[in-house]
Design a protein around this ligand. Structure first.
Ligand code: 6GU
Length: 241
């Protein structure tokens, strides 16, 4: 999968995704990240890409020309018009389901705004999706685009080396993950739950399922509305309510 990021801070993107699991996925050729510097398309020798807002008001607005030309450079490179995600707190809030949908694309373009925003005309021309990563305001779209790249990349086959695919992880069915333990079996006087040392896989599975249910009820009860629960799950939840 190929990610293209239209940004005024390409070095931020390269640094952010070039490390750890996404960095390894890039080395393996499973994903690519093409950070396109909008300033390279300024069209003037000063490299100016923003100007005062018509109608007045605080701050600066990114001009349409440089953004449009940076987008066209990507279209030319890949030979078709891809989905373009504009990172904005005014967008639909990103979640795992959206990540799965985006993971089906061959190329995905992220447009990162700065200052007071981007001239509306170019947004109308190229943007297919407006996406936010949550209800708070950031200084620009770079961190949000990296959040999305990280989340989508781990759904690309081969990126996670687990034998169990990311598809089957707990969040998928709207339950939080059960707690994990490793050696030592006793730490500062606190023991690992006995059941995990029992070797009884059915019992371990049942314990983990119950821990997931308990944790979701305590921390994210809103998720339970969408969770797929069988009779045993419901009985367990009733027993701890
Ligand atoms: Cl996508 N962009 C900015 N600038 N701020 C945000 C955001 C995006 N999502 C939440 N806050």
């Amino acid at each position: 999968m190929n990610f293209h990021v239209l940004t005024l801070f390409p070095e931020m993107i390269a640094q952010g995704v070039g490390t750890s699991i996404t960095g390894r996925a890039m080395d393996k050729g499973l994903i690519s990240v093409n950070a396109v510097n909008i300033r390279d398309f300024a069209g003037n020798k000063h490299g100016q890409v923003d100007d005062y807002p018509y109608g007045g008001g605080a701050g600066m607005v990114m001009q349409p020309g440089p953004v449009y030309r940076s987008y066209e450079s990507v279209v030319e490179k890949i030979g078709y018009k891809p989905r373009v995600v504009y990172m904005t707190p005014q967008g639909k809030v990103f979640n795992q389901k959206m990540a799965e949908e985006f993971a089906g694309e061959k190329d995905l373009v992220f447009l990162c705004g700065h200052y007071e925003g981007i001239d509306e005309r170019v947004l109308d021309m190229i943007v297919t999706d407006h996406v936010s990563i949550g209800d708070y305001v950031l200084t620009g779209g770079e961190l949000p685009s990296m959040v999305m790249i990280d989340c989508i990349s781990r759904l690309v086959p081969g990126v996670l080396h687990n034998d169990v695919s990311a598809e089957f992880e707990s969040f998928q069915d709207n339950l939080l993950e059960y707690p994990q333990y490793t050696r030592p079996a006793e730490f500062e006087g606190v023991k690992v739950p006995d059941i995990l040392l029992s070797g009884d896989h059915a019992k371990v599975d049942q314990w983990r399922r119950e821990q997931s249910l308990k944790r979701t009820l305590e921390r994210r009860p809103d998720l339970l509305e969408e969770a797929v629960l069988d009779e045993a799950d419901k009985k367990y939840l009733e027993s701890i309510c």
